[in-house]
Design a protein around this ligand. Structure first.
Ligand code: MLT
Length: 422
């Protein structure tokens, strides 16, 4: 017998009917309405795994990687240090960091045959589609090291991914603008190398702007993991079938592709551009959002988990002000975004619904200032999320409790019907 305290009174029913659901109501809905969540690793529902990687307290606006507050990591660490932390559980010593960085450097080149792979895509291919295809294709070149249960294979695949994904991402971009591809320059740091391969031109020196490189490194760090979300649980789900690391990460890239996940910062930028183009003031835009006029929505506000300020958003806002503030002609969209945030947060409509800026609200403004076109924004998210996906996949594969994922279904279709010959 299942007993539930429901707003409409106490519900009690035999387990059998609770699972099937009484007349059109699934048990999932009943549990949800009663404020309960299912924890069910066998079925891999949302939240159905335990993990020691990232901690979020959405009510308090707290995010920690392996116990370290995101604010401290953003201030004191680099993206590669945090990648090491996520994957191995501890911050690296200087020597460990050196070895980690060197090993990544050694793998940054793509197989020559793989360079030709990029020729096959149409010029206007979205770089995210190119990225996911190319990540999946890496496994075709390293068929002797794909065993998910061989620690050496997993380790080398980890380094190959960390090293090759920035190269693939910049090639996807170069392809989209019809420019020749650049080989990696391993004298540069991880992020500098990516910036050069993306914005540099063959045989011409490329001066990396150190402020841009530092800010991009920090944005990658802020995106590095976010416990269970659409792309991360996709990586775990695909990996739970014992698919190799490249296949699982490629699936994660595709999950991130959607506008509700990785594409959200692009949607914020487009919203700001629309407000600017309409010449409408921010207050009348906010009024439209509240009255749900013309389908207008406030993008970059609210989060399924955070019922408070997303701690990443506060750091990104400061970075946006620093990066754009030092430009001769700062993007007027930054002022628009700041005004929008101030007006919304002074309005009970948003506060009572606990709608606060999330990580996407200011990120696109920085990427735009760095010269990235909007179609690269999701790719940048994927570059940042990569070590988190790898860490989550490794945690999942090493957990003896892991079973193949099988999301639970509550059947809502017709009951048994007999086939009648006509
Ligand atoms: C993320 O960082 O993955 C996004 O905030 C989405 C989420 O966590 O649900």
């Amino acid at each position: 017998e299942v007993k539930l305290d429901h707003p409409g009174g106490q519900l009690s029913m035999p387990v059998h009917s609770a699972v099937e659901g009484p007349a059109g109501i699934g048990v999932g809905k009943l549990l949800k309405e009663a404020g309960l969540t299912t924890y069910d690793p066998g079925f891999v529902n949302t939240a159905a795994c335990s993990s020691a990687i990232t901690y979020i307290d959405g009510d308090a606006g707290i995010l920690r990687y392996r116990g370290y507050p995101i604010e401290q990591l953003a201030e004191k660490s680099s993206f590669l240090e945090v990648s090491y932390l996520l994957i191995y559980g501890e911050l690296p010593t200087p020597q460990q960091l050196n070895e980690f960085t060197e090993r990544i450097r050694r793998h940054s080149l793509l197989h020559e045959e793989m360079r030709r792979f990029f020729d096959g895509f149409p010029r206007d291919a979205h770089p995210m589609a190119v990225l996911s295809s190319a990540v999946s294709a890496i496994s075709t070149f390293y068929q002797d090291s794909l065993d998910p249960f061989d620690a050496e294979h997993v380790e080398i695949s980890t380094f190959r991914l960390m090293a090759k994904v920035p190269t693939i991402a910049s090639y996807a971009y170069k392809k989209s603008i019809g420019q020749p591809l650049l080989y990696p320059d391993n004298s540069l740091s991880y992020v500098e190398n990516f910036l050069r391969m993306t914005f540099g031109v063959p045989a011409e020196p490329y001066d990396v702007d150190p402020v841009m490189a530092r800010v991009l490194d920090m944005l990658f760090l802020l995106h590095a993991d976010h416990e269970q979300n659409c792309s991360t649980s996709t990586v775990r789900l695909v990996g739970s079938s014992n698919a190799n690391l490249f296949a699982s990460i490629s699936a994660g890239v595709n999950a991130l592709f959607g506008p509700l996940h990785g594409g959200a910062n692009q949607a914020v930028l487009e919203m700001l551009e629309r407000i600017q183009a309409d010449g409408s003031d921010v207050r009348s835009f906010v009024r439209k959002v509240k009255n749900r006029e013309d389908g207008v929505r406030l993008m970059g506000f609210g989060h399924r988990v955070y019922k408070n300020y997303d701690p990443r958003a506060a750091i990104v806002k400061q970075a946006a002000q620093d990066v754009l503030g030092r430009m001769a002609k700062p993007d007027p969209l930054l002022d628009l975004a700041v005004q929008l945030e101030e007006i919304a947060l002074a309005d009970d409509f948003f506060v009572s619904r606990r709608l606060y800026p999330n990580v996407d609200f200011y990120t696109g403004l920085i990427y735009k200032a760095m010269g990235f076109p909007t179609k690269m924004f999701t790719v940048l998210f994927a570059l940042g999320r990569l070590p988190g996906w790898i860490a989550q996949w490794r945690e999942m594969i090493n957990d003896p409790e892991t079973k193949i994922g099988r999301p639970r279904q509550v059947y809502t279709g017709a009951s048994k019907r007999d086939y009648i010959d006509s």
